[in-house]
Design a protein around this ligand. Structure first.
Ligand SMILES: NC(=O)c1ccc[n+]([C@@H]2O[C@H](COP(=O)([O-])OP(=O)(O)OC[C@H]3O[C@@H](n4cnc5c(N)ncnc54)[C@H](OP(=O)(O)O)[C@@H]3O)[C@@H](O)[C@H]2O)c1
Length: 300
């Protein structure tokens, strides 16, 4: 290991946009100094091992490994953070990418008792980031990138807007998978901006990004032939769609581009800063969410 190596953790780096990002970082590392030492943090270790093998085949010198992380379990997040620290690695870039919509008519809950969209996309990353924050602060300049979605902006992409109701975060009143997804991505924006406010002058920056609509990663998970055809053959040709490579380019830009050095509290789309929803700039809600998340994750 070279001292000049930069260490990157990518949650959900085993598939979809996360994997495309890891591939790009690995190739990029071959051409530039310092290179990247990449850790894929994902649930399924078999899929992660396949991802590592694929990258090694493509980029033999890649410094890459996989470590188990299930964001829907606070115990697993704590184990990951402890195991990462035990390796003695620094941490220069944390990409909180894993997650997505949890399809279904009924809400599902984690073993910790939280609605699964909320825990996988937000609470797991909130805990992970706070457990690794001391390491990020020791490794400055360091960057946190949180993968959100433009669908948190009312009117974007159609369908019902996000609806943040503190008394319905556990689906006490109703459950709608799309509304919960958009709401959790709004929460990701609050987390990202609030983290930046709390990290001012620490040398750690926190930004949010949206990879755009990437039908390929959605289609890979579909089982119905019609749906697969739609997502893998038809939608990728639409002008509003982004390829895995375009999504990864934007994510790598937000996480590593020299233009992002010292830049925090932004929302990045297609490698450019974009205004997020009006509600995402509500500092009171962001602060309240931070305190609740801190309490729910059992942080002290
Ligand atoms: N695709 C789009 O159009 C789009 C648009 C806007 C935003 N996004 C966001 O982009 C991110 C990546 O999406 P994607 O389309 O690439 O999704 P994807 O292909 O389904 O990949 C998701 C990744 O997250 C991992 N993951 C899921 N649940 C996990 C958990 N509980 N613990 C640890 N890892 C977990 C998966 O690993 P396993 O193998 O363990 O399942 C997989 O590596 C998500 O945050 C999504 O919301 C996507």
């Amino acid at each position: 290991m070279s001292d000049s190596q930069r260490y990157v953790v990518v949650t959900g780096g085993s598939q979809g946009i996360g994997l495309a990002t890891v591939q790009k970082l690995a190739r990029y590392a071959q051409r530039t100094a310092p290179g990247y030492n990449i850790v894929i943090a994902s649930r399924n270790q078999q899929v992660s091992a396949q991802a590592v093998a694929k990258i090694k085949a493509d980029t033999p010198d890649a410094q890459i490994e996989a470590m188990p992380l299930d964001l829907s379990s606070f115990a697993s997040v704590r184990q990951f953070a402890a195991a990462y620290k035990a390796k003695g690695y620094p941490l220069h870039v944390l990409i909180n990418n894993a997650g997505g919509m949890i399809y279904g008519k009924q809400a599902r809950f984690s073993s910790d008792g939280f609605e699964l969209t909320l825990q996988t996309n937000h609470l797991g990353h909130f805990l992970l980031t706070n457990l690794l924050l001391d390491l990020l602060k020791e490794s400055t300049p360091a960057h946190i990138v949180n993968v959100s979605s433009q669908t948190h902006i009312p009117g974007f992409g159609g369908g019902p807007p996000p609806h943040f109701d503190i008394d319905n975060l556990q689906a006490e009143k109703y459950y709608d998978a799309r509304v919960f997804y958009k709401t959790v991505k709004l929460i990701t924006m609050w987390f990202s901006y609030e983290m930046q406010r709390r990290c001012t002058s620490s040398g750690v920056t926190s930004n949010a990004m949206c990879p755009g609509f990437v039908p390929q990663s959605i289609g890979e998970r579909r089982t119905s032939p019609l749906s697969r055809f739609l997502y893998l053959q038809v939608l990728p040709r639409m002008p509003f769609a982004r390829s895995l490579d375009q999504a990864a380019t934007s994510l790598v830009y937000a996480a590593t581009d020299p233009a992002m050095e010292g830049v925090g509290g932004k929302f990045i789309v297609d490698c450019k800063e974009k205004r997020s929803s009006d509600e995402s700039y509500d500092e009171q809600k962001a602060s309240k969410l931070w305190d609740l998340s801190w309490q729910w994750c059992g942080l002290h």
